[in-house]
Design a protein around this ligand. Structure first.
Ligand code: ATP
Ligand code: MG
Length: 268
């Protein structure tokens, strides 16, 4: 493990129960077959591949939401796969956060945007009163959301504004790694570019690392330092974004690349 790796995944294997036989014996389906990659501190690793290839499953394993059947995940020098299932230290739950595709589903519709962020700050940092208010206001500033938007409910915000609230909530506990699972996929192209610019700025300011899950190769090329192309739970290509995009090894990656209508340039 290089000292600059914040996350290292080695030979990861994951299976789901796919129902039971008439005798009640569980049947399993393997969905991740020995995947290895690493993410450097302050960099973005892109996880791309067709629907059902196992991208979110790998994200869930890093978040310790599902068990793994083999391999290791090492975060910041700690082998997290050695921890018993269901026992995840709070320090890890703070250090690794997630932002999903649909902020409408991940935000509580009955909670003001401000309270959504305040709840996370109060839980993780224990702040109260003016210290809490000040920290929440700072987080709104950090994600480029005018403070008065805090007095709105999710339905009163645009998709991009909702995603900024979700990012502010994820940042509340000062994480080191954020899993972005299709975090910009539901946004229109110009809002997508703004949120990507925000993610990049936050990375520079905070030294954040991202695992950026996406089916959009144009976005991945724009944002990611390295990339793994997943098909049926195996990497068909893995390496620096430049090498994978310019010299793809597999026909599958070449086919995916040829399906991109036009690769956008670096968005501001
Ligand atoms: N809880 C579950 N139980 C059983 N099988 C599951 C479960 N979750 C996912 N799967 C299966 O595992 C495989 C990988 O699913 P996963 O959600 O990781 O794909 P994905 O690459 O994120 O796809 P998408 O781009 O559509 O989000 C799929 O075949 C899916 O049907
Ligand atoms: Mg998914």
């Amino acid at each position: 493990m290089s000292t600059s790796d914040i996350l290292r995944v080695e030979d990861l294997r994951i299976r789901y129960e796919k129902g039971r036989s008439i005798w009640g014996i569980p049947r399993y389906g393997d969905v991740v077959h020995g995947v290895s990659f690493s993410v450097k501190q302050g960099e973005t690793f892109g996880l791309v591949g067709e629907s059902g290839s196992g991208k979110s499953t790998i994200g869930k394993a890093i978040l310790r939401q599902i068990p793994v059947i083999g391999g290791t995940i090492t975060f910041d020098g700690q082998r997290i796969t050695d921890w018993p299932d269901g026992q995840t230290p709070l320090s890890y739950r703070r250090a690794v956060q997630v932002v999903f595709q649909s902020p409408r589903l991940s935000l509580n519709a009955r909670m003001l945007a401000r309270d959504t962020v305040a709840e996370a700050v109060a839980f993780h940092l224990g702040y109260k009163g003016s210290q809490l208010d000040g920290h929440v206001a700072q987080l709104f500033d950090d994600v480029g959301l005018p403070r008065h938007f805090g007095e709105r409910y999710p339905d009163e915000l645009s998709g991009g504004q909702q995603q900024r609230v979700a990012i502010a909530r994820a940042l509340a506990c000062d994480p080191k790694l954020v899993i972005c699972d299709e975090a910009v996929s539901a946004l229109d192209v110009s809002t997508q570019a703004q949120v990507i610019a925000l993610l990049r700025r936050l990375q520079q300011e905070r030294g954040l690392s991202y695992v950026f899950i996406s089916h959009d190769l144009g976005v991945v090329r724009n944002l990611c330092h390295s990339v793994g192309v997943l098909q049926h739970g195996r990497f068909t290509d893995l390496g620096s974004t430049q090498s994978v995009f310019e010299r793809p090894k597999s026909q599958y990656t070449r086919d995916l690349l040829s399906a991109i209508p036009r690769v956008p340039g670096k968005a501001a």
